[in-house]
Design a protein. Structure first.
Length: 366
Protein backbone atom coordinates (compact mmCIF):
# COMPACT_ATOMS: atom_id res chain seq x y z
CA UNK A 1 0.00 0.00 0.00
CA UNK A 2 2.77 2.43 0.94
CA UNK A 3 4.69 1.56 -2.18
CA UNK A 4 1.60 2.24 -4.28
CA UNK A 5 1.06 5.61 -2.59
CA UNK A 6 4.73 6.44 -3.10
CA UNK A 7 4.51 5.41 -6.79
CA UNK A 8 1.48 7.63 -7.30
CA UNK A 9 3.22 10.53 -5.57
CA UNK A 10 6.30 10.17 -7.74
CA UNK A 11 4.10 9.96 -10.85
CA UNK A 12 2.22 13.07 -9.80
CA UNK A 13 5.46 14.94 -9.14
CA UNK A 14 6.83 13.90 -12.55
CA UNK A 15 3.64 15.01 -14.28
CA UNK A 16 3.88 18.33 -12.45
CA UNK A 17 7.44 18.92 -13.64
CA UNK A 18 6.54 17.76 -17.16
CA UNK A 19 3.69 20.23 -17.18
CA UNK A 20 5.91 22.96 -15.76
CA UNK A 21 8.63 22.24 -18.36
CA UNK A 22 6.08 22.17 -21.18
CA UNK A 23 4.61 25.45 -19.96
CA UNK A 24 8.04 27.06 -19.76
CA UNK A 25 8.85 25.75 -23.25
CA UNK A 26 5.67 27.31 -24.62
CA UNK A 27 6.47 30.56 -22.84
CA UNK A 28 10.00 30.65 -24.25
CA UNK A 29 8.75 29.90 -27.77
CA UNK A 30 6.18 32.64 -27.42
CA UNK A 31 8.79 35.13 -26.28
CA UNK A 32 11.07 34.13 -29.14
CA UNK A 33 8.24 34.65 -31.63
CA UNK A 34 7.53 38.08 -30.16
CA UNK A 35 11.19 39.04 -30.39
CA UNK A 36 11.39 37.94 -34.03
CA UNK A 37 8.15 39.70 -34.85
CA UNK A 38 9.34 42.85 -33.11
CA UNK A 39 12.60 42.70 -35.05
CA UNK A 40 10.80 42.22 -38.36
CA UNK A 41 8.31 44.89 -37.49
CA UNK A 42 11.13 47.35 -36.97
CA UNK A 43 12.49 46.77 -40.47
CA UNK A 44 11.01 48.39 -43.54
CA UNK A 45 11.01 46.11 -46.61
CA UNK A 46 10.12 47.47 -50.04
CA UNK A 47 10.01 45.59 -53.35
CA UNK A 48 10.77 47.12 -56.73
CA UNK A 49 11.26 45.83 -60.27
CA UNK A 50 13.46 46.83 -63.19
CA UNK A 51 12.66 46.01 -66.81
CA UNK A 52 15.25 46.10 -69.60
CA UNK A 53 13.59 46.08 -73.01
CA UNK A 54 14.89 46.58 -76.53
CA UNK A 55 11.67 47.60 -78.31
CA UNK A 56 12.99 47.30 -81.90
CA UNK A 57 12.62 50.75 -83.42
CA UNK A 58 9.89 51.73 -80.94
CA UNK A 59 7.76 48.73 -81.92
CA UNK A 60 7.29 50.04 -85.48
CA UNK A 61 8.56 46.89 -87.21
CA UNK A 62 5.83 44.64 -85.81
CA UNK A 63 2.14 45.38 -86.51
CA UNK A 64 0.57 46.63 -83.28
CA UNK A 65 4.01 46.90 -81.72
CA UNK A 66 3.63 50.27 -80.00
CA UNK A 67 0.30 49.31 -78.45
CA UNK A 68 1.87 46.05 -77.23
CA UNK A 69 4.68 47.99 -75.50
CA UNK A 70 2.12 50.14 -73.68
CA UNK A 71 -0.06 47.16 -72.75
CA UNK A 72 2.81 45.10 -71.35
CA UNK A 73 4.20 47.94 -69.24
CA UNK A 74 0.69 48.63 -67.91
CA UNK A 75 0.39 44.93 -67.04
CA UNK A 76 3.80 44.50 -65.40
CA UNK A 77 4.00 47.95 -63.76
CA UNK A 78 7.80 47.90 -63.39
CA UNK A 79 9.19 50.61 -61.15
CA UNK A 80 11.91 51.44 -63.67
CA UNK A 81 12.15 50.71 -67.40
CA UNK A 82 15.34 50.92 -69.46
CA UNK A 83 14.58 51.11 -73.18
CA UNK A 84 16.79 50.41 -76.18
CA UNK A 85 16.10 51.62 -79.74
CA UNK A 86 14.32 54.89 -78.99
CA UNK A 87 14.12 56.76 -82.32
CA UNK A 88 11.64 59.65 -81.84
CA UNK A 89 10.22 59.09 -85.32
CA UNK A 90 8.41 61.85 -87.21
CA UNK A 91 9.40 64.55 -84.76
CA UNK A 92 7.75 62.78 -81.82
CA UNK A 93 9.25 62.03 -78.41
CA UNK A 94 8.85 58.31 -77.78
CA UNK A 95 9.12 58.37 -73.98
CA UNK A 96 6.63 61.25 -73.74
CA UNK A 97 4.22 59.28 -75.92
CA UNK A 98 4.63 56.20 -73.72
CA UNK A 99 4.04 58.25 -70.56
CA UNK A 100 0.89 59.76 -72.09
CA UNK A 101 -0.41 56.37 -73.29
CA UNK A 102 0.19 54.82 -69.87
CA UNK A 103 -1.61 57.72 -68.20
CA UNK A 104 -4.61 56.83 -70.37
CA UNK A 105 -4.52 53.40 -68.72
CA UNK A 106 -4.34 54.89 -65.24
CA UNK A 107 -0.58 54.35 -64.82
CA UNK A 108 1.65 57.23 -63.75
CA UNK A 109 5.22 57.33 -65.04
CA UNK A 110 7.89 59.99 -65.49
CA UNK A 111 10.55 60.39 -68.16
CA UNK A 112 12.68 62.95 -70.02
CA UNK A 113 13.91 63.52 -73.54
CA UNK A 114 16.46 61.00 -74.84
CA UNK A 115 17.46 59.39 -78.11
CA UNK A 116 18.53 55.80 -78.84
CA UNK A 117 17.96 54.67 -75.27
CA UNK A 118 15.34 55.79 -72.77
CA UNK A 119 14.08 55.62 -69.20
CA UNK A 120 10.78 55.43 -67.34
CA UNK A 121 10.32 55.85 -63.60
CA UNK A 122 7.29 55.44 -61.35
CA UNK A 123 8.82 58.11 -59.14
CA UNK A 124 9.37 61.81 -59.90
CA UNK A 125 12.75 62.40 -61.52
CA UNK A 126 15.00 64.69 -59.50
CA UNK A 127 17.81 64.85 -62.05
CA UNK A 128 18.79 63.45 -65.45
CA UNK A 129 21.99 63.32 -67.45
CA UNK A 130 23.32 62.34 -70.87
CA UNK A 131 26.29 60.17 -69.92
CA UNK A 132 27.30 59.07 -73.42
CA UNK A 133 25.53 60.92 -76.26
CA UNK A 134 24.47 59.08 -79.39
CA UNK A 135 26.58 59.98 -82.41
CA UNK A 136 26.62 58.13 -85.72
CA UNK A 137 24.52 55.27 -84.28
CA UNK A 138 27.33 54.18 -81.96
CA UNK A 139 25.22 53.87 -78.84
CA UNK A 140 24.14 56.00 -75.90
CA UNK A 141 23.83 56.07 -72.11
CA UNK A 142 21.46 58.19 -69.99
CA UNK A 143 20.87 58.46 -66.26
CA UNK A 144 18.02 59.50 -64.00
CA UNK A 145 17.97 60.10 -60.26
CA UNK A 146 14.75 59.42 -58.38
CA UNK A 147 13.71 59.14 -54.75
CA UNK A 148 12.57 55.66 -53.72
CA UNK A 149 11.25 55.49 -50.15
CA UNK A 150 13.64 58.23 -49.06
CA UNK A 151 16.63 56.66 -50.83
CA UNK A 152 18.15 58.21 -53.94
CA UNK A 153 18.37 55.77 -56.84
CA UNK A 154 20.49 56.35 -59.94
CA UNK A 155 19.19 54.35 -62.91
CA UNK A 156 21.24 54.07 -66.12
CA UNK A 157 20.07 52.93 -69.54
CA UNK A 158 22.60 51.80 -72.13
CA UNK A 159 22.15 50.90 -75.78
CA UNK A 160 25.71 50.20 -76.90
CA UNK A 161 27.42 50.31 -80.29
CA UNK A 162 26.24 47.53 -82.62
CA UNK A 163 29.28 47.81 -84.92
CA UNK A 164 32.35 45.56 -84.65
CA UNK A 165 30.11 42.96 -83.07
CA UNK A 166 32.89 40.42 -82.69
CA UNK A 167 30.77 37.57 -81.39
CA UNK A 168 29.52 37.33 -84.97
CA UNK A 169 33.11 37.11 -86.23
CA UNK A 170 33.53 34.01 -84.07
CA UNK A 171 30.58 32.52 -85.93
CA UNK A 172 31.96 33.26 -89.38
CA UNK A 173 30.23 36.59 -90.05
CA UNK A 174 31.77 40.06 -90.10
CA UNK A 175 30.40 41.95 -87.07
CA UNK A 176 29.96 45.17 -89.06
CA UNK A 177 28.84 44.02 -92.51
CA UNK A 178 27.46 40.56 -91.62
CA UNK A 179 29.11 39.06 -94.69
CA UNK A 180 30.56 35.59 -94.31
CA UNK A 181 34.25 35.47 -93.33
CA UNK A 182 36.82 33.00 -92.05
CA UNK A 183 36.46 32.23 -88.35
CA UNK A 184 39.19 33.89 -86.22
CA UNK A 185 41.50 31.37 -84.54
CA UNK A 186 42.58 33.28 -81.43
CA UNK A 187 40.96 35.27 -78.64
CA UNK A 188 43.28 38.22 -79.33
CA UNK A 189 41.94 38.44 -82.90
CA UNK A 190 38.38 38.53 -81.56
CA UNK A 191 39.09 41.18 -78.93
CA UNK A 192 40.99 43.33 -81.41
CA UNK A 193 37.84 43.57 -83.53
CA UNK A 194 35.57 43.92 -80.50
CA UNK A 195 37.47 46.85 -79.04
CA UNK A 196 37.24 48.86 -82.25
CA UNK A 197 33.67 49.55 -81.18
CA UNK A 198 32.70 52.40 -78.84
CA UNK A 199 31.10 50.03 -76.31
CA UNK A 200 34.05 50.16 -73.94
CA UNK A 201 34.26 53.97 -74.29
CA UNK A 202 30.61 54.27 -73.28
CA UNK A 203 30.98 51.97 -70.26
CA UNK A 204 34.10 53.83 -69.17
CA UNK A 205 31.97 57.00 -68.99
CA UNK A 206 29.26 55.13 -67.08
CA UNK A 207 31.69 53.73 -64.50
CA UNK A 208 33.15 57.19 -63.88
CA UNK A 209 29.70 58.73 -63.42
CA UNK A 210 28.44 55.85 -61.26
CA UNK A 211 31.42 56.32 -58.96
CA UNK A 212 30.02 59.77 -58.10
CA UNK A 213 26.61 58.24 -57.36
CA UNK A 214 28.16 55.66 -55.05
CA UNK A 215 30.13 58.37 -53.23
CA UNK A 216 26.83 60.24 -52.78
CA UNK A 217 25.30 57.11 -51.18
CA UNK A 218 22.94 56.32 -54.04
CA UNK A 219 21.66 52.92 -55.07
CA UNK A 220 22.89 52.32 -58.64
CA UNK A 221 21.07 50.26 -61.30
CA UNK A 222 21.82 49.67 -64.98
CA UNK A 223 19.84 48.10 -67.79
CA UNK A 224 20.78 47.81 -71.41
CA UNK A 225 21.27 46.07 -74.72
CA UNK A 226 25.07 45.86 -74.81
CA UNK A 227 25.42 44.20 -78.23
CA UNK A 228 28.16 42.14 -76.59
CA UNK A 229 28.14 38.82 -74.70
CA UNK A 230 29.24 38.25 -71.13
CA UNK A 231 32.63 36.96 -70.04
CA UNK A 232 30.64 34.82 -67.58
CA UNK A 233 28.96 32.96 -70.46
CA UNK A 234 31.94 32.27 -72.75
CA UNK A 235 33.75 29.88 -70.44
CA UNK A 236 35.34 26.43 -70.59
CA UNK A 237 31.96 24.70 -70.25
CA UNK A 238 30.51 26.51 -73.27
CA UNK A 239 33.52 26.76 -75.60
CA UNK A 240 32.20 23.97 -77.84
CA UNK A 241 28.54 25.07 -77.69
CA UNK A 242 26.50 27.67 -79.59
CA UNK A 243 29.17 28.02 -82.31
CA UNK A 244 31.73 29.46 -79.88
CA UNK A 245 34.23 27.46 -81.94
CA UNK A 246 36.42 26.46 -78.99
CA UNK A 247 37.06 30.00 -77.75
CA UNK A 248 36.92 31.26 -74.16
CA UNK A 249 36.50 35.03 -74.45
CA UNK A 250 36.83 37.63 -71.65
CA UNK A 251 34.37 40.04 -73.25
CA UNK A 252 35.32 43.63 -72.53
CA UNK A 253 32.18 45.43 -71.35
CA UNK A 254 30.88 42.98 -68.75
CA UNK A 255 34.42 42.49 -67.45
CA UNK A 256 34.76 46.26 -67.00
CA UNK A 257 31.53 46.36 -65.00
CA UNK A 258 32.61 43.33 -62.97
CA UNK A 259 35.90 45.03 -62.12
CA UNK A 260 33.95 48.14 -61.07
CA UNK A 261 31.95 46.08 -58.56
CA UNK A 262 28.71 45.71 -60.52
CA UNK A 263 26.67 42.50 -60.35
CA UNK A 264 25.08 40.85 -63.40
CA UNK A 265 21.56 40.17 -62.09
CA UNK A 266 20.78 37.21 -64.33
CA UNK A 267 24.07 35.42 -63.85
CA UNK A 268 24.07 36.22 -60.13
CA UNK A 269 20.66 34.58 -59.75
CA UNK A 270 21.37 31.74 -62.19
CA UNK A 271 25.09 30.89 -62.04
CA UNK A 272 24.61 27.64 -63.97
CA UNK A 273 25.43 28.73 -67.52
CA UNK A 274 24.50 25.39 -69.08
CA UNK A 275 21.00 25.13 -67.60
CA UNK A 276 20.30 28.86 -67.69
CA UNK A 277 21.94 30.38 -70.78
CA UNK A 278 19.42 33.23 -70.71
CA UNK A 279 19.47 33.98 -74.45
CA UNK A 280 17.83 37.31 -75.27
CA UNK A 281 18.63 37.53 -79.00
CA UNK A 282 17.43 36.71 -81.58
CA UNK A 283 13.92 36.18 -80.24
CA UNK A 284 11.36 34.41 -82.34
CA UNK A 285 8.47 36.57 -83.46
CA UNK A 286 5.65 34.80 -85.33
CA UNK A 287 4.62 38.01 -87.09
CA UNK A 288 8.04 38.44 -88.75
CA UNK A 289 9.76 36.18 -91.34
CA UNK A 290 12.83 34.45 -89.91
CA UNK A 291 15.16 36.05 -92.47
CA UNK A 292 14.36 39.43 -90.88
CA UNK A 293 15.11 38.09 -87.40
CA UNK A 294 18.53 36.59 -88.06
CA UNK A 295 21.84 38.33 -88.81
CA UNK A 296 23.78 35.10 -89.33
CA UNK A 297 21.42 32.55 -90.90
CA UNK A 298 23.96 29.69 -91.08
CA UNK A 299 25.07 29.91 -87.46
CA UNK A 300 23.86 29.52 -83.90
CA UNK A 301 23.88 33.21 -83.00
CA UNK A 302 21.81 32.89 -79.82
CA UNK A 303 23.28 35.15 -77.17
CA UNK A 304 22.60 36.93 -73.90
CA UNK A 305 23.22 40.58 -74.76
CA UNK A 306 20.43 42.29 -72.75
CA UNK A 307 21.30 42.86 -69.10
CA UNK A 308 20.37 44.31 -65.75
CA UNK A 309 23.31 45.18 -63.48
CA UNK A 310 23.31 46.57 -59.96
CA UNK A 311 25.92 47.70 -57.48
CA UNK A 312 25.78 46.15 -53.98
CA UNK A 313 23.92 48.36 -51.52
CA UNK A 314 23.13 47.88 -47.80
CA UNK A 315 19.87 45.94 -47.45
CA UNK A 316 19.50 45.33 -51.20
CA UNK A 317 18.58 41.77 -52.21
CA UNK A 318 17.93 40.37 -55.68
CA UNK A 319 14.90 38.08 -55.26
CA UNK A 320 13.93 37.07 -58.80
CA UNK A 321 14.92 37.42 -62.47
CA UNK A 322 12.96 36.25 -65.50
CA UNK A 323 13.32 36.39 -69.26
CA UNK A 324 10.43 38.54 -70.44
CA UNK A 325 9.20 37.41 -73.84
CA UNK A 326 8.63 34.32 -75.96
CA UNK A 327 10.32 31.01 -75.25
CA UNK A 328 11.20 30.73 -78.92
CA UNK A 329 14.50 31.76 -80.52
CA UNK A 330 15.99 31.76 -84.01
CA UNK A 331 18.62 29.07 -84.66
CA UNK A 332 20.19 28.76 -88.13
CA UNK A 333 17.25 30.66 -89.61
CA UNK A 334 14.75 28.27 -87.97
CA UNK A 335 12.24 28.88 -85.20
CA UNK A 336 13.08 26.79 -82.12
CA UNK A 337 11.61 26.54 -78.64
CA UNK A 338 14.24 26.75 -75.91
CA UNK A 339 14.49 23.56 -73.82
CA UNK A 340 16.54 25.16 -71.04
CA UNK A 341 15.64 25.76 -67.40
CA UNK A 342 15.32 29.51 -68.01
CA UNK A 343 12.22 31.06 -66.46
CA UNK A 344 10.09 32.88 -69.06
CA UNK A 345 7.36 35.46 -68.62
CA UNK A 346 5.46 35.34 -71.94
CA UNK A 347 3.58 38.31 -73.39
CA UNK A 348 -0.19 38.35 -73.29
CA UNK A 349 -0.53 39.28 -76.93
CA UNK A 350 1.66 40.71 -79.69
CA UNK A 351 5.41 40.56 -79.09
CA UNK A 352 6.74 43.88 -80.44
CA UNK A 353 10.43 43.12 -80.90
CA UNK A 354 13.23 40.78 -81.97
CA UNK A 355 14.79 40.80 -78.48
CA UNK A 356 13.69 39.28 -75.20
CA UNK A 357 13.58 41.52 -72.16
CA UNK A 358 14.90 41.00 -68.64
CA UNK A 359 12.76 41.65 -65.56
CA UNK A 360 14.50 41.73 -62.16
CA UNK A 361 12.84 41.97 -58.75
CA UNK A 362 14.66 43.46 -55.77
CA UNK A 363 13.86 43.88 -52.09
CA UNK A 364 15.31 46.75 -50.10
CA UNK A 365 15.46 46.43 -46.32
CA UNK A 366 16.06 49.58 -44.31
Amino acid sequence: MQSEVRRLAVKSEMEYYDYKFFGMKKLMLGLLFLLVAAGAGGQNVKKFTVLQWNVWQEGTVVPGGYEAIVNEIARLEPDFVTFSEVRNYNGTRFCDRIVSSLKGKGKCYYSFYSYDSGLLSKYPIKDSLTVFPEKGDHGSIYKLVADFEGIEVAVYTAHLDYQNDAYYNVRGYDGSTWKEIDVPQTVSEVLEVNDRSLRDDAIRCLVAEARKDLEAGRLVLLGGDFNEPSHLDWIRETKDLYDHNGLIVPWTVTLMLDNAGFMDAYREFYPDVLDYPGFTFPADNPLIPTEKLTWAPKSDERERIDYIFYHPYPGLELTDVVIFGPQGSILRNQRVKEQTSDKFLPPLGVWPTDHKGVLATFCLKF
